[in-house]
Write a protein that binds this ligand. Structure first.
Ligand SMILES: [Zn+2]
Length: 327
């Protein structure tokens, strides 16, 4: 029987959009689609929009589909299949697996994980973490998230919250965070954080050129400004590199990974610009006698839904063809 005739469905449920992908076991995306997230829909949204898309895959690919992986932000219970609290989705105690199981036309195993944990698995099976048993994935997007594979196992912790470090407060004099604390990692290492810090500096400069743009500034614009050597944008990039270097030093000391994989929209955008500085900063914090090399890699997943799809392989304990005949 040909293994490459098996497919998995990945669904990455984000605050603004939902990414679907149907991929084969070589990691080739056969179909993908994005739809906007309707925040107030709850169960009805899962039935109609998500269930509807899954059913259209089932009608087309039938018994070749092995299962479904669901990735969501927030605090989840993967065993019960419940999203307990996802602020970005406005979901509280949503029994997402049960609702989807009752909606789809064919019984299929469904797995649930936090989005960064799913992306970590995606990198392992199909991306920059292929054939690497120990790595840390850092997702810098609207927010900040991390995941890790240690000795080939997904690090989950006792409450499935391992490496949920975006709101770890690392600077008691740092800026106020939306979570109520100060100096959280996310206050600089995220699109939202970067924009807020730019606003603060533009505002404090009293420079009319900055005043004009401060209310509509985006992370992408700040990056372009840094490339054009704008002093405030360059200062922000240095802050990001310093902060990311510190986070990497902390994780290197705790987890001892072979690689750091930098993903997320903003993470990928700053990768070439900042990796040298990040590595330098990391090395100033770690144990000086520690000369273990740690590589920096850019995420290479085509869509975040590939991570969700990778869960099906991981939790079924089956090696996809993308990992065979390697090494
Ligand atoms: Zn916070």
């Amino acid at each position: 029987m040909q293994r490459d005739r098996y497919y998995t469905i990945g669904i990455d449920i984000g605050g603004t959009k939902i990414a679907f992908a149907l991929i084969d076991d070589k990691g080739v995306v056969r179909e993908d689609k994005k739809i906007p997230t309707r925040l107030t829909g709850g169960s009805e949204f899962i039935q109609n929009e998500i269930g509807g898309q899954v059913n259209s895959f089932i009608q087309k690919y039938g018994s070749s589909i092995m299962g479904i992986g669901l990735a969501t932000p927030g605090y989840i219970d993967p065993v019960a299949g419940v999203v307990k609290n996802a602020v970005n989705l406005d979901w509280k105690n949503v029994h997402v697996i049960d609702v989807l199981k009752n909606t789809i036309e064919k019984p299929l195993p469904i797995y649930l994980q936090r989005d960064t944990a799913a992306e970590t698995l995606g990198e392992y099976y199909f991306g920059a973490g292929r054939n690497c048993q120990d790595f840390v994935f850092l997702g810098i997007g609207t927010g900040f998230g991390a995941g890790a594979l240690t000795s080939g196992h997904l690090l989950t912790g006792s409450h499935n919250m391992a490496l949920e470090i975006g709101h770890l407060s690392v600077d008691e004099k740092g800026p106020q965070c939306a979570c109520g604390n100060v100096g959280c990692i996310e206050t600089i290492l995220s699109g939202k954080g970067l924009v807020n810090r730019a606003y603060d500096l533009f505002d404090a400069s009293h420079d009319p050129n900055y005043e004009k743009i401060k209310d509509s500034i985006t992370a992408r614009q700040i990056l372009s400004m840094a490339k054009a050597h704008d002093p405030i944008a360059e200062e922000l990039m240095r802050k990001m590199a310093k902060s990311l270097g510190f986070v990497c030093a902390m994780l290197k000391s705790v987890i001892d990974p072979e690689r750091f994989i930098i993903g997320g929209g903003l993470g990928k955008a700053i990768f070439n610009m900042l990796t040298g500085e990040v590595e330098e900063e990391m090395n100033t914090h770690v144990f000086k006698l520690d000369d273990r090399p740690t590589g920096f890699y850019k995420s290479s997943l085509k869509t975040s839904a590939m991570g969700a799809a990778a869960m099906v392989w991981y939790f079924n304990n089956i090696l996809p063809n993308s990992l065979k005949n390697k090494n």
